[in-house]
Every structure is written in structure tokens, then in C-alpha cells.
Design a protein around this ligand. Structure first.
Ligand SMILES: C[S@@+](CC[C@H](N)C(=O)[O-])C[C@H]1O[C@@H](n2cnc3c(N)ncnc32)[C@H](O)[C@@H]1O
Length: 245
């Protein structure tokens, strides 16, 4: 029998829970870090306590770990084995507004369970920044939450109506605490942005990246109480094939 999955850890700033096992997309990011010949750092947005940053460091990458909560990054640093610390850079601040990096300065970007905290315009700006920072041959690995999660089930008819009406950001909700009565709803922000494959892939394609894969799935570390129908999680992998200009 498999051992029970390790429990997710609540974030300190009520932005959900940090997983403490790699999800499928994060694993692909770590594999990319291990296999790429691009000798540039990688950026982990919403790194929390290091669930993906530490395996990426172990795979040999230089990791810029970003989080809006500096307390998370301090724990990440404490959790990092000594032999990897010299390749760890802590970058506190909210993505995209407070993150400033050089053009073509990154081999990869990883954003797991964080982009659904951004508004539509922040997401579009963030995708443009990521496209600017990646070198040619670099890739972005994204994992996000979708509307097809059990606590948000009552939102689905509205999401489908908005999608049919061609709304640009059909999964934006600014009153989650009033709308949903899940017992742990206060552990997420009142405003959340549930993402679907069409919205996310359009946003990253518009930024100039080539979408390699964008798919709905059920990430292996998702709590049982969040599961609905196998479409709870959204993965996207996109590559920069040519310079932007
Ligand atoms: C749900 S946790 C995800 C942690 C981890 N990446 C994972 O996959 O389990 C979200 C993390 O993103 C951080 N965060 C939320 N909004 C952010 C933003 N705009 N910029 C940077 N970090 C952010 C939170 O502080 C938290 O550590």
C-alpha cells in the first residue's frame, strides 16, 4: 500500500495551502532543470516553503525564489540543504508588480498554485513579463486552480454563461467569502481567479510564447474534499521559440 500523501501546509497570508509533494507540473519543471543545457537561473513564483524550489536546487539549478510573504522565504532558506544555499536567491514581493528581472535572463519560470490570485490584467502583464525574461529555448511551467473544484461547484453555471458570452476573464470572483460556504474558505483570498485552458493559453500565446501543452487534470496532491470531476487542476507548458522583437 502507498504511504498517505503528506498534508498540505497552510500559508501564513491566507493564500491557500502549500503542498509538500511535487505535483505533476512541478515535477516537469524540476526535470527541465535537471536536463536543460541553458546556463541561466530559473524563477519560482509563489515559492512558499520550497516544495519545488528545493528539488530544482537539488537538480542543479540556480533558483530565484519569489513570494509575496517574506516569512515563507525565510522558512524556504532554512529548509534548503547547506550545499545548495549559494544557488538560492530570495526575492520577496508580489508578482508581477514587484518582480523586475533582465530580458532573456531566465531558463525557466515555475508558477504553481499562485496565478489564480491575480486579476486578468495582472495575469496579462505577468505573462508579458515572463515572455520578456525567458531566453530563447526557455519554458514556463504553470499549475492553477479551475472552476471545476468541489467548493466552487455552485459557480459553474455562471462561469459557463460568462464563457458563452465571450467574457475575457470568465473565472474572476471578487466575493468568494460570501458566495461559498466551504468550512476552510477563509484560508483563501476573497478575490480569486479560477482559470480554464482557453483563458490561460490565450493569455500566454498573446505574450508571444508557444503553447506546448495546456490541459485539465486532477493533481495528485489535491485534497479529497476539492475533487469534483477530474478537471480540478490546469497545467500549461509554453516555450519561447524566438526573440520577442
Ligand atoms: C497556495 S501557495 C502555493 C505554494 C507552492 N507553489 C505550491 O505549489 O504548493 C501560494 C503561494 O503564493 C504566494 N503568493 C500569492 N500571491 C502572490 C503574488 N502575487 N506574487 C508572489 N507570490 C504570491 C503566497 O504567499 C503563497 O506562498
Amino acid at each position: 500500500m502507498l504511504p498517505p500523501a503528506p498534508k498540505p501546509i497552510p500559508t501564513r497570508n491566507r493564500t491557500g495551502w502549500s503542498s509538500n509533494q511535487l505535483n505533476e507540473v512541478s515535477e516537469m519543471f524540476v526535470d527541465f532543470c535537471a536536463s536543460t543545457s541553458l546556463a541561466l537561473p530559473v524563477l519560482d513564483i509563489g515559492a512558499a516553503y520550497g516544495v519545488a524550489s528545493i528539488p530544482a536546487l537539488s537538480a542543479g539549478a540556480t533558483v530565484i525564489a519569489n513570494d509575496s510573504e517574506m516569512g515563507h522565504l525565510r522558512i524556504l532558506k532554512d529548509n534548503t540543504p547547506d550545499e545548495h544555499r549559494k544557488r538560492l536567491v530570495l526575492l520577496g514581493g508580489k508578482f508581477p508588480r514587484h518582480v523586475h528581472l533582465g530580458e532573456e535572463s531566465l531558463a525557466a519560470v515555475h508558477a504553481s498554485n499562485v496565478l489564480h490570485f491575480l486579476t486578468g490584467p495582472q495575469l496579462a502583464n505577468g505573462a508579458a513579463s515572463i515572455a520578456h525574461w525567458l531566453c530563447v529555448g526557455g519554458k514556463v511551467f504553470i499549475q492553477a486552480s479551475t472552476p471545476w473544484q468541489k467548493p466552487f461547484e455552485s459557480f459553474l453555471p455562471e462561469f459557463e454563461r460568462r464563457t458563452a458570452a465571450g467574457e475575457e476573464w470568465p473565472g474572476w470572483i471578487d466575493d468568494a467569502h460570501q458566495r461559498f460556504d466551504h468550512p476552510k474558505i477563509s484560508q483563501i483570498p476573497a478575490a480569486i481567479h479560477l482559470l480554464d485552458a482557453d483563458t490561460l493559453s490565450k493569455t500566454f500565446a498573446a505574450a508571444g510564447l508557444e503553447i506546448e501543452r495546456c490541459w485539465l487534470y486532477s493533481r495528485r496532491d489535491l485534497a479529497k474534499g476539492m475533487r469534483l470531476d477530474g478537471r480540478e487542476s490546469l497545467g500549461l507548458i509554453a516555450a519561447k521559440r524566438t526573440p520577442l522583437h
